[in-house]
Design a protein around this ligand. Structure first.
Ligand code: MG
Length: 387
């Protein structure tokens, strides 16, 4: 690398090909415009190159009929957008042609590989200092078969690779190669090799997966959201007044008492409070939002219905409830003898281990409405984690 001192740093452009229809992934919209988390696949991919310190320019290639409303933006660096052709090769050629005079090295990347790690980009760029071409790949580790319904043979996997992108080249050479290539190529390495360009293999990364089928979205989401753990704390508070009755429901446990609790449902102040804490962590309103007291179908309802709704909602958004801490505030009935049963019931409803559930009780030293034995108040804190 002794030349580094005398020759200027090469200008590096990333060509991101986003002109495909991408309908195999389902959803009706080309996959590059579908969201993973809060960003489209195309935006994740553009961001990976936009945030790479060695990439000077992004060349996005879109289909002629694509909707500009879907197009990603480069927040940091420069991006130019060009329309592609009928085939992938034609689209790449359009992108390369638009870079003429603006870049020395090009990294041609599939838009559907949003998890591209910077170290893979680094490896391709580093190899281009001495190589005509460089592309990442992973060695094949599964056994390979030939066959139809039956296995008719096995293939030696030694020397076989799973190709990834970005595939890097010197712009003038790959532009010339694409200009003379006939037909559609599987990738740019095929085009390069047809023109006699040697391509070095650099280490790929499993995170650099290609989103192809509907099931790939969840895996890509895991990769993209890694290290962005979402931890939320929610709190709940509820009060129910005593009224006629011979028991109170607390955390799904019937406790004999000379009075009951008044409420539209079974008035289980413990379960209501924990339920509201979960809704709070999800910023999803409260029990009244989801089960309006004006709706007669919830009259006398068992409150585990409400809690199960909140737990399902949390799970549906990918959250795990990691603990719940409930404090019941009353002079009577005595909570202590029933706390273990309440914890067990809460553990079952929250689908977590009992040692992650706390049920404790306090009085208000005969002060206030709880002190006057007019009702029971409850406070809860829950923590939700989305990895
Ligand atoms: Mg309530």
């Amino acid at each position: 690398m002794s030349e580094a001192a005398t020759s200027p740093r090469p200008r590096i452009a990333a060509v991101i090909v986003a002109a495909g229809k991408g309908l195999r992934a389902g959803g009706g919209l080309a996959k590059q415009w579908r969201k993973i988390g809060d960003k489209t696949i195309a935006q994740h991919t553009v961001d990976a190159f936009d945030t790479h310190p060695s990439v000077d320019l992004i060349q996005l290639v879109v289909a002629e009929d694509s909707d500009p409303a879907h197009w990603p933006m480069a927040a940091r660096g420069q991006m130019q957008i060009t329309t592609g052709g009928a085939t992938r090769a034609a689209s790449v050629l359009a992108g390369l042609a638009a870079l003429a005079g603006k870049a020395d090295l090009v990294l041609i990347h599939d838009v559907a590989r949003p998890g591209i790690p910077h170290h893979v980009i680094d490896a391709v760029i580093a190899a281009l200092a001495t190589q005509q071409g460089a592309a990442p790949a992973l060695p094949v580790t599964d056994a390979l078969w030939r066959g139809d319904d039956l296995v008719t043979g096995t293939v030696d996997r030694a020397g076989l690779w799973r190709a990834q992108t970005p595939q890097g080249f010197h712009l003038h050479a790959i532009l010339a190669a694409h200009g003379t290539y006939q037909g559609d190529a599987a990738d740019d390495v095929a085009v390069a090799r047809a023109a006699g360009i040697e391509v070095a293999i650099v280490p790929g990364d499993p995170a650099n997966m290609k989103v192809t089928s509907p099931g790939d979205f969840a895996r890509a989401a895991q990769i993209l959201e890694k290290g962005q753990m979402d931890i939320r704390t929610g709190n709940g508070f509820d009060v129910h007044a005593f009224g006629p009755g011979d028991h109170v429901m607390l955390c799904g446990v019937a406790i004999p008492h000379e009075r009951g609790l008044l409420g539209h449902s079974d008035a289980d102040v413990g379960l209501h409070t924990v339920t509201d804490a979960i809704y709070g962590a999800l910023a999803a309103g409260d029990i009244g939002t989801h089960f309006p007291p004006s709706d007669p179908q919830w009259k006398g309802a068992e409150s585990h219905i409400f809690l199960t709704h909140a737990v399902d909602m949390a799970a549906g958004q990918g959250f795990t409830i990691t603990h719940a801490d409930l404090t019941l505030i009353c002079e009577e009935p005595k909570i202590g003898p029933h706390a273990a049963a309440m914890r067990a019931r809460l553990a079952a409803l929250l689908r977590i281990e009992i040692d992650r559930i706390s049920v404790k009780a306090t009085t208000t030293e005969k002060l206030g409405f709880t002190g006057r034995k007019e009702g029971i108040a409850a406070l809860a804190t829950v923590t939700l984690v989305r990895p």
